[in-house]
Design a protein around this ligand. Structure first.
Ligand code: PLP
Ligand code: TYF
Length: 394
């Protein structure tokens, strides 16, 4: 039967990771895949995570099944972290899922059960894995205007005009914070306007929250999610613990649904769980138990928050340093947007040839659309990077 198949295109971001690893140059710079790296270029295990794992290992008594929704303590703690009481608790249901990706998959399957073939509106541009997940669930993709290539900010008026024209059969996929790939984000006032638009049109928001705490802070980054959830009768959130807890390979995330009342929440939840049962039956526990252990323990939680604060501060500092180095060298402020963006990424707006040139000539790796991972900026060689960028765009 396999003779009917042709080769599927690979994931460009993950392929670049392999290319970088194979490059023998000592001074190569990795601004590619969206994984946080510290000043040594290492993606560390957070100290709170290590401590939680030690406690867990000593305390574990069973590994029996936990059920389709996964770890209950994790679910309660994540709801508190994400929504913080912004919505009536009885209208909300949460299912632990394998990463943010698995959470998106679970929620999109739920949408397809409610409205088969519905359209999911994604930002232009968006994370390249969004459209395949939408299609895999049987849904259609359409795009709303988002990134302004001139200002490197958000084309907010055009975005809002597009959202205003949607209806109750549409789903709107929003990046809760730290937009991937652009780094350009909505202000709180713009979130208020988006929430009001969704409340007016009845379009169903699906918020992808993969970088909570990587932008301006845990509460600050949750503003849009909480505002939208509190303003509309139905909403969904795909939470990821990959970045903010550094648990990438543990595959930990959560699918959250907000319904118009408790009875509707039960029905929607039963369909969400039925989708999970038919997909992978139950999620793996390890990452969830780590997050539960950290969030339920005052000391561990404080330690995690402090490490997350330091992670965020480092990215903001690297942004400021690179923007400043380019400004000094070029005497122009065209790259100041790097300092204004938030999260792990900035879309530089360079043509493909320039991206290629930087890779071939300078060993500087970024995604083909010119997205850089700011955590990969070498703090002691910001000048080298700035020189190479300026030379390449001349
Ligand atoms: N959504 C966005 C925008 C992302 O960048 C990512 C990537 O890491 C994810 C979701 C899902 O990540 P994971 O499935 O590793 O939790
Ligand atoms: O955008 C990124 O680089 C991260 C990592 O299929 C990633 O989100 C990239 C591609 C992918 C899964 C994760």
């Amino acid at each position: 039967m396999f003779e009917t198949l042709s080769k599927a295109p690979g994931d460009k971001i993950l392929a670049l990771m392999g290319e970088f690893a194979a490059d023998p140059r000592q001074d190569k710079i990795d601004l590619g895949v969206g994984v946080y790296k510290d000043e040594n270029g290492v993606t560390p295990i957070m100290s709170a995570v290590k401590k939680a794992e030690e406690t867990m290992l000593a305390a574990a008594k069973t590994k029996t099944y936990l059920g389709m929704a996964g770890n209950k303590g994790f679910g309660a703690a994540v709801l508190d972290l994400v929504l913080a009481g912004s919505v009536e608790r009885d209208w909300v249901r949460i299912a632990q899922a394998p990463g943010g990706t698995g959470s998106l998959w679970v929620l999109m399957q739920l949408v397809n059960r409610a409205r088969p073939g519905a359209t999911v509106w994604v930002s232009d541009p968006t994370w390249p894995n969004h459209p395949p997940i939408v299609h895999n669930a049987g849904l259609e993709v359409a795009t709303y205007p988002y990134f302004d290539a001139e200002t490197r900010g958000v084309k907010f008026e055009e975005m809002l005009a597009c959202l205003d024209a949607l209806g109750k059969d549409d789903v709107v996929l929003l990046h809760g914070c730290c937009h991937n790939p652009t780094g350009a984000n909505l202000t709180n006032a713009q979130w208020d306007a988006v929430a009001a638009s969704l409340a007016r049109t009845g379009a169903l928001p699906l918020i992808d929250l993969a970088y909570l705490g990587f932008g301006d802070g845990l509460a600050e980054d949750a503003y849009g999610t909480r505002k939208v959830a509190a303003s509309v009768p139905e909403a969904m959130v795909a939470f990821s613990g990959s970045k903010n807890f550094g648990l990438y390979r543990e595959r930990i995330g959560a699918a959250i649904l907000v319904a118009r009342d408790g009875a509707m929440a039960d029905i929607a939840n039963s369909q969400m769980l039925a989708g999970i049962r038919a997909s992978y039956s139950q999620p793996p526990d390890h990452g969830a138990e780590i997050i539960r252990t950290i969030l339920e323990d005052k000391t561990l939680r404080a330690e995690w928050e402090a490490e997350l604060d330091a992670t965020r501060a480092r990215m903001i500092r690297l942004r400021a340093k690179l923007a400043e180095a380019i400004r000094q060298r070029s005497n122009a402020n065209d790259f100041d947007f790097i300092a204004e963006h938030r999260g792990m990424f900035s879309l530089l707006g360079l043509p493909g040839e320039t991206v290629d040139h930087l890779k071939v000539t300078n060993g500087i790796y970024m995604i083909g659309d010119s997205r850089i991972n700011v955590a990969g900026i070498p703090e002691d060689r910001v000048g080298v990077l700035a020189d190479a960028l300026i030379a390449a765009i001349k």
